[in-house]
Design a protein around this ligand. Structure first.
Ligand code: ZN
Length: 73
């Protein structure tokens, strides 16, 4: 398994419309990689912050496909 605990994802706060980095998140509802109509592969999962957003204080949940994934490319 991955031991890269320092991997940070880039999140966008929907309330402040600004980005922040966090490595403190968890994956929910992971259904694996899916291919959409245009052939793009995305991870069908949700990403939930384990800590409140540093910008607005809420705990946001994102779809994995919305995030800038450091593993892609
Ligand atoms: Zn926020």
């Amino acid at each position: 398994m991955a031991d890269s605990k320092e991997v940070k994802f880039i999140f966008v706060c929907p309330n402040e419309n600004e980005v922040f980095e966090s490595s403190n998140f968890k994956i929910l509802d992971n259904r694996g990689v899916v291919t959409d109509d245009t052939g793009n592969k995305t991870l069908d999962a949700k990403v939930a912050l384990n800590e409140p957003c540093p910008l607005c204080g809420q705990k946001h949940v994102y779809h994995a496909g919305e995030l800038l994934c450091p593993f892609s490319g």
